[in-house]
Design a protein around this ligand. Structure first.
Ligand code: PLP
Length: 394
């Protein structure tokens, strides 16, 4: 008998965290690594949010919170959904969790039975497939390419649906492609879904505010989708609060209650100080974090401009989040500095060892022809990193 469960043995390690760990190891060895692998803003949490947390400590917030979140935080979330998305939720439709990652883990746990299928347009965020598998579900990957801006078409969705389809999961803006589904594109997908009323949609909108051009659209905004869409959001990205670990959902009451029950047995609720800080983050206007979004846009343009000069890097134009996802399959089968590149994993490793730049293999996101480059780094670091990449592949 194995010491460890099949469940954990069959789970893959988060590729982004694994790459970050490898980059850290090389740094410890004294190598000057530029880390472009993590999905983490390089800004500090804004002062007005930090002050709210300090106030909460001084006000002696230290006890267990309601499992699904403080009422005042739910008020702020309800207000945020109304203000930014035109969505109406009541208290029993909101659950606050330890990061959007736990919100997603809850959803997989409360909605999936053995053999249920979850449609994942590729590329998808790295944890989706493992969360589905962990809960005995089957990820059904729908490949997309730069030709459709890495977006799934209605025909692809239709073709992927089977009698076992339980859910569709996607992020928009997307990690890792930066693609943003327009309202019309979501409507076209909804038109397919209305023919299959039992399919639940999980719309991961954690990059909502990091959107450079298009308006942010939510699947739940369509009346005929509202009752079967769970909107996932959080503060990690736009508010530079990754370590505070607060995410939340708005969705059908029955699903929200099940998530509440689930985390009642697992975490007893999210951290009290972080919850108090997030009340302030959400009640304030999102314009207070616009300076970070503006900087991300400048960097996006910079990265795209610099990558254009490197042979074999094909990109879409990411409209949101802080990643570019170049197709680098041009290098497959080629030998660089004596190392043969068979796939994106080899390429990413090659860049780490030869250019001292950490990126992530696109295979982890369901697209093995690409790598993910995060531009949550200073312009100086980005310029230096891409200079090194160019030299390493020339
Ligand atoms: N969803 C997407 C698309 C993400 O990129 C991430 C983090 O990288 C998460 C969810 C998880 O966010 P959190 O930090 O709130 O757990």
């Amino acid at each position: 008998m194995n010491l460890l469960s099949d469940r954990i043995l069959n789970m893959s390690t988060s590729a982004t965290l694994a790459m970050a760990a490898k980059a850290r190891e090389l740094k410890v060895e004294g190598k000057d690594i530029i880390g472009l692998s993590l999905g983490e803003p390089d800004f500090n949490t804004p002062d007005y949010i930090k002050e709210a947390a300090i106030q909460a400590i001084n006000d002696n917030y230290s006890a267990y919170t309601p499992v699904d979140g403080y009422v005042e935080l739910k008020d702020a979330i309800i207000k945020k959904f109304k203000r930014d998305n035109g969505l109406s939720y009541n208290y029993s439709q909101i659950v606050v969790s330890t990061g959007a990652k736990q919100s997603l883990a809850n959803l997989a746990a409360v909605l999936l039975n053995d053999g249920d299928e979850v449609i994942l347009p590729c590329p998808y965020w790295v944890s989706y497939a493992d969360l589905v598998k962990l809960n005995d579900g089957i990820p059904v990957e729908v490949p997309t390419t730069i030709a459709t801006d890495f977006k799934m078409t209605p025909a692809q969705l239709e073709a992927a649906i089977t009698p076992k389809t339980k859910m569709l999961w996607y992020s928009s803006p997307c990690n890792p492609s930066g693609s943003v589904y327009s309202k019309e594109e979501l409507r076209a997908l909804a038109d397919v879904l209305v023919k299959h009323p039992n399919i639940i949609v999980v719309s991961d909108e954690i990059y909502e505010h990091i959107n450079f051009s298009s308006e942010h659209a939510s699947m739940a905004q369509f009346e005929d989708m509202y009752d079967r869409t769970v909107t996932v959001n959080g503060v990690s990205k736009a508010f530079a609060m990754t370590g505070w670990r607060i995410g939340y959902i708005g969705g059908p009451e029955k699903i929200a209650r099940a998530c509440n029950k689930m985390q009642g047995q697992i975490t007893s609720g999210a951290n009290c100080i972080a919850q108090r800080a997030v009340i302030t983050a959400l009640n304030e206007s999102p314009t207070r974090v616009q300076f970070m979004i503006d900087e991300f846009k400048i960097r996006r343009d910079l990265v795209l401009d610099l990558l254009q000069d490197i042979e074999g890097f094909k990109t879409n134009i990411p409209e949101g989040a802080f990643y570019v996802f170049p197709n680098i399959s041009y290098y497959f089968g080629k030998t660089l500095r004596g190392k043969t590149i068979q796939n994106a994993s080899d390429f990413s490793l090659y860049l780490l060892e030869e250019a001292l730049v950490a990126t992530v293999d696109g295979g982890a996101f369901g697209n093995p022809d690409c790598i993910r480059i995060s531009y949550a780094a200073s312009q100086k670091q980005i310029i230096e990193a891409i200079k090194r990449i160019k030299a390493a592949v020339s």
